[in-house]
Design a binder for this molecule. Structure first.
Ligand SMILES: CC(C)(COP(=O)(O)OP(=O)(O)OC[C@H]1O[C@@H](n2cnc3c(N)ncnc32)[C@H](O)[C@@H]1OP(=O)(O)O)[C@@H](O)C(=O)NCCC(=O)NCCS
Length: 195
């Protein structure tokens, strides 16, 4: 039996390592190919812990965290996330940023991902957001680590009401599983207007 729980800001503290471990596990797969460390994770997740307006939805199977999703005001996110929106003239104070949606593979396809989007949108609306956005990594269609039969999530995101905005991009740096060192990756934002 799966159970979802909403936590905010500092309530995330007891779950930091479980969430970091989950991110490392799920994002090791294509398309993220992230070769993560718990040290990087604790630093990354601090942004959510420090924001009293953040929401992290944790999915539990028994006591184990098997999935999670995150959101927080764009104003509380780093400059590298804000930059594309500032340049394009958006009002950052009206935007909520959706972080990851992650679920261990054996729990997928049961509607949890859809609930992740619904809970985050309800939270963003309750705090006056007029737009929600997330970004996804760009990988070439002939990437050597792309699994045969890989199904991109684009249709799922479109079904949740998002539109890809090719003019809104960001560059983040991490180490891919097959890389010696960190390298920059291009991500494109998807946007949903709540007005
Ligand atoms: C994103 C993720 C959490 C979705 O979770 P999920 O619980 O499997 O999704 P759901 O069961 O709610 O799926 C909802 C709908 O989308 C469809 N769907 C799910 N994955 C899909 C995909 N890859 N392509 C197209 N449709 C998809 C489902 O069939 C379902 O359709 P229905 O409503 O008609 O039945 C999960 O796929 C995941 O953890 N992926 C790896 C991490 C990742 O890439 N996250 C996104 C970036 S942070």
């Amino acid at each position: 039996m799966l159970r979802l729980e909403n936590v905010h800001g500092s309530q995330l503290a007891p779950y930091l390592d479980a969430l970091g471990t989950l991110r490392i596990t799920v994002f090791r797969d294509f398309p993220y190919l992230y070769d993560g460390t718990l040290e990087y994770e604790r630093n990354y997740l601090k942004t959510y812990q420090d924001s009293s307006d953040s929401l992290v939805v944790l999915a539990f199977h028994g006591h184990a965290v098997i999935g999670a999703t995150t959101t927080l005001p764009m104003m509380h996110q780093g400059a590298e996330f804000q930059e594309a929106f500032v340049k394009t003239g958006y009002d950052l104070s009206k935007i909520f940023y959706f972080g990851e949606s992650i679920l261990l593979p054996q729990y997928r396809g049961r509607g949890v991902g859809r609930q992740f989007f619904q809970r985050r949108e309800a939270h963003a609306r309750s705090l006056g957001a007029e737009m929600v956005t997330f970004c996804a990594v760009e990988r070439s269609s002939d990437h050597p680590l792309r699994p045969r039969g890989y199904q991109p999530l684009d249709d799922f995101w479109t079904a949740q009401g998002f539109k890809k905005q090719p003019e809104l991009q960001a560059t983040f740096t991490w180490k891919d599983v097959q890389e010696e060192d960190e390298s920059p990756k291009t991500l494109t934002f998807w946007v949903k207007d709540l007005k």
